[in-house]
Design a protein around this ligand. Structure first.
Ligand SMILES: Cc1ncc(C[n+]2csc(CCOP(=O)(O)OP(=O)(O)O)c2C)c(N)n1
Length: 168
């Protein structure tokens, strides 16, 4: 197990802060759902309501220098990792102030400063990118962690097998 994860003491983790972070994400996503019909968000949207704990729990074990790669369902991963909310909402609305300049939409969130490396809607495409980020850390002699979020549909894609092979 990664040393950083192994060192987490559940009695010292700020559970209220974790809960607040989960609630914040839930509230934001519920508001997005409620307002989607206004047609100001000009992109398809995939919510992750009910999965907030995964994003918040994982991010709690990471530093800003650790990197995360996500999928089409990336709002919670982005927010939990410290992604900028205004840049995210601007992106959903296709504004130039969005994190992708308004060209990517909901499925392409990233925030390099926060260590949110990339989100990719192509199923399993996040896997080789995350493996590459981990390899870069290794080659640079850094002890950082790269996290790949994926849905179970990724498991039947060839890139997950190739990622396992390249790990050896
Ligand atoms: C290579 C590829 N094939 C098909 C699609 C169309 N597609 C978009 S989301 C999705 C389902 C993804 O399921 P899963 O990864 O389990 O995530 P979930 O949406 O269930 O959270 C598919 C097949 C795609 N984006 N990429």
């Amino acid at each position: 197990m990664n040393e950083r994860l192994a060192n987490i003491d559940p009695h010292r983790v700020d559970l209220v802060a974790l809960y607040r972070s989960m609630l914040r994400i839930r509230t934001i996503e519920e508001e997005i759902a409620a307002r989607y019909g206004e047609q100001k968000m000009r992109c398809p949207i995939h919510l992750s309501i009910g999965q907030e704990a995964v994003a918040v729990g994982v991010s709690a074990a990471l530093t800003p220098a650790d990197q995360v790669v996500s999928t089409h369902r990336c709002h919670a991963h982005y927010l939990a990792k410290g992604g900028n909310l205004v840049a995210m909402l601007s992106e959903l609305m296709g504004k130039t102030t969005g994190c992708c300049g308004g060209r990517g939409g909901s499925m392409h969130l990233f925030d390099l400063e926060a260590g949110m490396l990339l989100s990719l809607p192509i199923v399993a495409a996040s896997i080789p990118v995350g493996v590459g980020a981990a390899l870069a850390f290794k080659q640079e002699g850094k002890r950082n962690v790269a996290v790949i979020y994926l849905g179970d549909a990724s498991l039947e894609e060839g890139s997950i097998t190739r990622a396992r092979i390249s790990r050896r």
